[in-house]
Write a protein that binds this ligand. Structure first.
Ligand SMILES: Nc1ncnc2c1ncn2[C@@H]1O[C@H](COP(=O)(O)OP(=O)(O)OP(=O)(O)O)[C@@H](O)[C@H]1O
Length: 256
């Protein structure tokens, strides 16, 4: 169980601030979607929460500042799947996903049967079992993306940060991935923060959406409150109509 609190977080590159004073909280087992136009600062915000980009302000997990945790404990606490990952060449899919278990290994650094179980179950759920022995370098773009996410999911961290997790995935694999994340959230209380460009999927899976524009929070609320045609026009310069799916969540239809 890991609730996350972000306080007044600002981050940027070479003296240029691209995320300004963002504050939010995500309850344990909650799912916050970060949305916003290209260049708004979504990836930078996730990287700053993960401690991968210099920032001011603080990030607390269950009230403990992440900066105070040792590396291994931090890796058990927070998992991060980047939008553009650097993959180690030559590893098989299984060995790569096993790396997600590293923070959990005992003193001899040997994986246990339980670690292997987690990996094979994640591989199965990500439709990667048939590719388990393949080298990463031989995978298609979507298969590689699924392997990256499988590694983050195998980590079983209390907080999961996913940067555009459905990029390059077809609609079925995108739904399977988001369903799996949702199951972890419900079963294990995993707290999820994801960026998503697909606003319909964002509204279907995240409980709340935080709209970022030019590094600043424009609004944060339930999907139906956050996703309005007027906001999408203002912040994305997009022409849209908001329909309703059978369960009442918004469906964002582009209007030509
Ligand atoms: N490593 C970097 N060095 C310098 N500037 C960067 C770096 N990474 C991102 N930026 C800049 O910071 C701003 C925010 O980028 P970021 O990737 O966080 O946006 P984003 O909302 O995730 O965009 P997108 O939707 O296009 O992925 C952009 O202006 C970008 O050019």
């Amino acid at each position: 169980m890991s609730g996350l609190e972000v306080r007044e977080l600002s981050a940027g590159y070479r003296g240029r601030t691209v995320v300004s004073a963002v504050s939010t909280t995500v309850d344990s087992g909650g799912w916050l979607g970060i949305i916003g136009p290209n260049g708004a600062g979504k990836s930078t915000l996730l990287k700053a929460i993960a401690g991968l980009v210099g920032h001011t302000g603080s990030v607390l997990v269950d009230g403990r500042p992440l900066g105070s945790l040792r590396r291994r404990e931090r890796a058990r606490t927070i998992g991060y799947a980047p939008q553009i990952p650097q993959l180690p060449i030559g590893l098989t899919v299984t060995d790569y996903v096993l790396l997600g278990r590293t923070p959990h290994l005992g003193p001899l650094a040997r994986e246990s049967a339980a670690d292997l179980d987690v990996v094979s179950s994640v591989l199965a759920r990500m439709d990667l079992t048939g590719l388990a022995d393949r080298s990463l370098s031989t995978l298609s773009g979507g298969e590689r993306q699924r392997a990256v996410l499988a590694r983050a999911l195998a980590q079983r961290a209390g907080v999961l940060l996913l940067d555009e997790p459905t990029t390059g995935l077809d609609i079925g694999h995108a739904q399977a991935l988001l369903d799996l994340v949702d199951e972890l959230r419900v079963e294990l209380g995993t707290t999820v923060i994801s960026t998503l460009h697909d606003l319909t999927l964002a509204g279907q899976y995240a409980e709340r959406l935080l709209l970022l524009d030019r590094g600043e929070v424009v609004t944060e609320g339930a999907p139906a409150e956050a996703l309005t045609p007027a906001r999408l026009a203002t912040h994305y310069a997009a022409r849209t109509s908001v329909l309703r799916s059978p369960d009442g969540t918004p469906v964002i239809a582009p209007i030509r």
